[in-house]
Design a protein around this ligand. Structure first.
Ligand code: TYM
Length: 330
């Protein structure tokens, strides 16, 4: 049995990228492993949410996690800020994280470009907090999408560095865990890049059929195939990637064939894609509404999750303090 840790930032509602990149794997994993799934609400502070937004987002992501099928009876599901031990490990790991390597992180460099007015130290040390989240439970596996690969590599580095510095093999070096599948990148509807919370190019699990149809019909394509067996442009390839995750393989094959013959009509492809997304999404959206309305249940889940996560985190912190040299005076 492996110990698994994974998180989702509470920066906004869950989208299909989160689901097919990460959450879908959590569902399989929770049955066979010791799983910790959490809502990364400290991480969400890097974007400066208002207090009322912060609370609403945490609650929403929690309800969405549960609606997707994460089962609090078998996995530990908790809110990051309910486990303050993680901030202590974050502080300790920060002493062994070097400015140069943090500045070279791709996600940091992206933020420097995209939000030049808010390059805060939390963004710089984001991978350190993420490492603390993972190793505080001595996780061996971390299910993530392709975009988190580098952060996970840094987690391994910080764990290894701690072990080397203190001459111990205390922290395991965790691997990505996707059931032997490749790490995936679900694209957005804007023709390039990945579906993301900040990019405004996503379909959310809470979107209504009407919203989904509107978004999909507006998705970027190209001017149409110019002949047989043409190489696909990125926006069209992206639509096929989405079709692949929500549609029946026979549907995908049929559109591929039409593409290769040069007879495809993107309008038909989009209509099919929208309906298949709706078919996947509707039961989840209905569950989200049901669970969101059940404050008593949500309360119980976070209370029990916090207790379990704190127990695990506190045991690690106690040992880490000892390893570092914090000892009681005698
Ligand atoms: P976040 O909230 O951006 O994304 C949560 C999970 O969803 C995956 N994901 C995607 N996968 C495929 N295609 C996409 N378009 C896509 N968009 C998002 C992400 O890879 C991730 O697995 N830093 C993390 C949160 C975090 C965390 C952790 C994760 C904090 N501490 C410890 C694992 C372990 C993040 O921003 O995820």
């Amino acid at each position: 049995m492996e110990t698994v840790v994974s998180g989702i930032r509470s920066t906004g509602n869950l989208h299909l990228g989160n689901y097919f990149g990460a959450v879908k794997n959590f569902l399989k994993m929770q049955r066979e492993n010791n799983c910790f799934f959490f809502i990364a609400d400290y991480h969400s502070l890097t974007t400066h949410p208002k207090p009322s937004e912060l609370q609403r987002n945490i609650r929403q992501v929690l309800a969405e996690y549960l609606a997707c099928g994460i089962d609090p009876e078998i996995a530990t599901i908790f809110i990051q800020s309910d486990v303050p031990e993680v901030t202590e490990l974050y502080l300790l790991l920060n002493m062994n994280a070097y400015i140069g390597e943090l500045e070279r992180t791709t996600s940091f460099k992206d933020k420097v470009r995209s939000q030049p007015d808010n390059i805060n130290a939390g963004l710089l040390t984001y991978p350190v907090l993420m490492a603390a989240d993972i190793i505080i439970h001595k996780a061996t596996k971390v299910p993530v999408g392709k975009d988190q690969e580098q952060h996970l590599e840094m987690t391994r580095k910080f764990a290894r560095r701690f072990n080397t510095m203190y001459g111990t093999d205390y922290f395991p070096e965790p691997d990505a865990y996707n059931f032997g599948e490749q790490l995936v990148k679900i694209p957005g509807l804007d023709g390039t890049g990945k579906m993301g919370k900040s990019e405004g190019n996503g379909i959310y699990l809470s979107d209504t059929p009407k919203e989904i149809r509107k978004k999909v019909m507006r998705a970027v394509t190209d001017s149409g195939p110019q002949g047989e067996n043409q190489e696909m442009s990125e926006p069209v390839r992206n639509l096929f990637t989405l079709l692949n995750v929500v549609s029946d393989p026979s549907v995908v094959d049929s559109f591929k064939e039409q593409y290769n013959r040069g007879t495809i009509r993107y309008g038909d492809l989009k209509k099919q894609l929208a309906e298949d997304i709706i078919r996947f999404n509707e039961p989840v959206r209905e569950r989200i509404e049901e669970i969101s309305a059940d404050s008593h249940y949500l309360n119980k889940v976070v209370k029990e999750g916090a207790a379990k996560a704190r127990e695990s985190a506190a045991a690690t912190i106690k040992e880490v303090r000892h390893i570092i040299g914090y000892r009681p005076f005698v």
